[in-house]
Unconditional design. Structure first.
Length: 368
């Protein structure tokens, strides 16, 4: 199929500025690269932070949209999956938004923390417009050499995008939490990452899941995914929320708490709601919203807590998340996520809707 000479894309010119629709040229393909015709892309909390200028080091102007699904329409050279099988034009795929991880630096080789690789770039976030069509809010995405794709055989585009970027992020958080069989898990936050964390923890063997979040429709989704009990965090103060957890855990607190809110105060609350010698994973603090007070003696040391940060994701999280969606158990869990579709031309209004927490998952549909 012949591609148009120019494509429509939504460009974010800078923090605090509205997104603009522009016509952009298609790139000349490098060897072992491809064009992906976008079927669906997502609008998530990270995109709101990008709009508000809350992320450091963003090379504005950019094309946002770091998780997308579509069809390979033009491949120059060869692109292989992790099994060594070549992709073909017409394959429906998604791709890992993380690119250029070097696998040679100290963080990659010694610390075994590739998400901290200084060479790492992310489609829709740290690739700028000067790098080409490198975001999903566009009719086409340029898949540079080395981008890792996965075929979507057995996984509908809607099911995958129901989780979107929350899939590898939440999977990484649940792995960091080392959730064990029969654990009681507390999830703070009922956005997509919190909802996916609930689902992955259940698949990993958590016996009981509690969720504190808002608004009520997201908490209803948390119940549909598998949360045993939910609480709207607006219904009481911190001490009342902590008591709510204690009342449901024999007075001990949760075995594991995963913080997915992005609110600094939630970190201290996560520690206070977790039992002595329990585990806390902080995954929601993607931007700098300031400091939060805590008592290192009472909240951390005396409790003998294991507190872990969780930053980003790598190919293993991405691959495992997609593979899980091929199973009936996982399809049942993520099919309960509500999807709302918006045309590319309405992306500014969509950002406002996402910022207000009025949707569970917002998807951008580019023009054909």
């Amino acid at each position: 199929m012949a591609q148009p000479r120019k494509v429509e894309a939504a460009v974010m010119p800078g923090g605090g500025k509205p997104v603009e629709l522009r016509e952009l040229p298609l790139p000349e393909l490098e060897q072992d690269s491809a064009l992906l015709k976008v079927e669906l892309s997502e609008v998530c909390g990270t995109d709101v932070h990008l709009r508000d200028g809350r992320l450091a080091g963003v090379p504005y102007p950019i094309i946002p949209g770091h998780v997308s699904v579509g069809t390979l329409e033009n491949i120059r050279g060869t692109m292989l999956d992790v099994e060594g099988r070549p992709f073909a034009e017409g394959d429906r795929v998604t791709f890992l938004d993380v690119h250029r991880t070097c696998h040679q630096c100290w963080f990659c080789l010694v610390a075994k923390a590739s998400t901290r690789c200084p060479q790492r770039k992310v489609y829709g976030i740290t690739y700028g417009l000067a790098d080409g069509l490198t975001g999903g809010w566009s009719q086409y995405i340029y898949l540079k050499p080395g981008v890792r794709c996965i075929r979507m055989d057995g996984v509908s585009s809607e099911l995958y995008m129901a989780g979107g970027c929350s899939l590898p992020t939440a999977l990484h958080a649940v792995q960091r939490a080392d959730v064990e069989l029969a654990d009681t898990l507390l999830v703070l936050g009922s956005g997509p990452v919190g909802l996916s964390a609930i689902a992955f923890a259940i698949l990993r063997g958590a016996a009981r899941v509690l969720c504190i979040g808002a608004p009520d429709d997201r908490l209803s989704c948390a119940r549909s995914v598998g949360a045993d009990d939910v609480l709207n965090f607006m219904s009481g103060d911190e001490s009342q929320r902590r008591q709510w957890v204690l009342d449901r855990t024999g007075g001990r607190g949760a075995d594991v708490t995963i913080e997915c809110t992005g609110a600094p105060a939630a970190v201290a609350q996560a520690m206070r709601c977790t039992r002595d010698a329990g585990k806390v994973v902080v995954v929601g603090q993607y931007t700098d919203h300031g400091d939060t007070p805590l008592n290192p003696h009472l909240d951390l040391n005396k409790k003998h807590l294991d507190v872990r940060g969780c930053w980003g994701s790598d190919y293993s999280h991405f691959h495992r998340a997609v593979e899980m969606l091929r199973t009936q158990r996982a399809r049942t869990l993520w099919s309960s996520f509500r999807l709302d579709r918006y045309p590319l031309s309405d992306v500014n209004a969509t950002l406002e809707t996402v910022a207000a927490g009025k949707v569970v998952k917002a998807l951008v549909v580019p023009p054909p």
